[in-house]
Design a protein around this ligand. Structure first.
Ligand code: PLP
Ligand code: COI
Length: 341
């Protein structure tokens, strides 16, 4: 299979239309057989549930080319599980997990020419999503849904690749206690747009959201979880029922403990202790691990000892080990890698 003629090394995190996408429709209480299509457009009624009341959830994962030329996907079963949780929270019929995995395989195979080559620094981003499609005017769940998966080749999420980021403590809240912060629903991102535009306008790369009940604890950013490293090399991540359970973060905590022999802690992280950490990183499918050099809280700067030039040493080890597992040159734990072809 011949790869597309794309400048892989210089891709950013942007949508580039690929050839095939997967579509399945839910009607009369059941999902149809689903198929691949070349049509990237969706036609729906003006009163569709997704357009009126934002009934939509999504996922994000990546396909990688390994050193020996296979195409693999990282832990898609966890994305299938999380999408089921997201769908249930928004009263949508979950797309069955085994069909989700089969659809991922079909769509990646069909777009194999767009999976960036090994060593290019780029990957194929996979975006499953579903939404209410029939007309809904009273506030209630839709009766009909569409599930789709498209793919797009991407480079680094943050401009500048792995240069440490400067983030600010947001005055806005991301997720309410007992709300929807733990699921991957479009509504969580719609309400974060003003906060991210404001952060960018003020010269910051991202927002650090605090817990909205007490505003004393670190939660996450708009699109990634936090990892911190203590001065004695413990890896710490916030525990909270209002953050998204990141597949990358869960994998990194395992890597820290079982591959690097580090102590790990998932616990409340108070903003007051951030100044005492040695390293900080943002982790997610899109972000991978993006190092944070500085956190700014209303003019007060917290500068991590790892500095603004490169990743801290533990963050670097975590990054190298995780990407080594994803790219196939470090042996993966059982079940982490799904070989597509
Ligand atoms: N937190 C938020 C709000 C996200 O949007 C994402 C991205 O998916 C993450 C965390 C990271 O999750 P994952 O590692 O599963 O991609
Ligand atoms: C991902 O990492 O897959 C996400 O969905 C985050 C988003 C901000 C691009």
């Amino acid at each position: 299979m011949e790869k597309k003629n794309i400048d892989w090394e210089n891709l950013g995190f942007a949508y580039l239309q690929t050839e095939k996408r997967y579509v399945s429709n839910f009607k009369d209480g059941k999902w149809d057989d689903g198929c691949l299509t070349e049509d990237a457009n969706i036609v729906m009624n003006e009163c569709a549930g997704v357009l009126q009341y934002a009934q939509t959830v999504f996922e994000g994962m990546k396909a990688y080319t390994t050193e020996d030329g296979h195409i693999v996907v990282f832990r898609p079963n966890l994305n299938a599980e999380r999408m089921t949780d997201s769908a249930k929270r928004l009263e949508m019929p979950p797309f069955p997990a085994e069909r989700f995995l089969d659809a991922v395989e079909q769509v990646v195979k069909a777009n194999a020419a767009y999976v960036p080559p090994f060593g290019s620094g780029a990957t194929l981003y996979i975006r499953p999503y579903m939404f209410g499609i029939n007309p809904v005017i009273g506030v209630k769940p839709a009766d009909e849904y569409q599930f789709r998966i498209f793919t797009t080749p991407v480079g680094p999420y943050f401009k500048g690749g792995v240069k440490p980021l400067t983030i600010c403590v947001s005055d806005f809240d991301r997720a309410a206690p007992r709300g929807t912060g733990h699921i991957k629903a479009g509504l969580n991102y719609a309400m974060s747009l003003h906060a991210i535009v404001t952060a960018h306008a003020n010269g910051f790369d991202e927002n650090m959201y605090l817990d909205s009940a007490t505003r004393t604890k670190v939660e996450e950013t708009g699109g990634a979880n936090f990892l911190f490293v203590t001065k004695d090399n413990k890896v710490v991540t916030p525990h909270s029922s209002t953050i998204l359970p990141s597949v990358t973060r869960r994998s990194l905590m395992y890597v820290a403990e079982h591959y690097l022999g580090l102590e790990v802690e998932e616990r409340d992280v108070y903003f007051d202790e951030v100044k005492d950490f040695a390293e900080c990183g943002l982790c997610g499918t899109a972000a991978v691990i993006s190092p944070v050099g500085k956190v700014v809280d209303h003019g007060r700067e917290i500068c991590f000892p790892s500095g603004m030039e490169k990743m801290g040493p533990i963050t670097q080890k975590l990054y190298d080990t995780l990407t080594g597992i994803q790219m196939g040159h470090i042996e993966a734990p059982e079940g982490w890698i799904k070989v597509i072809e």
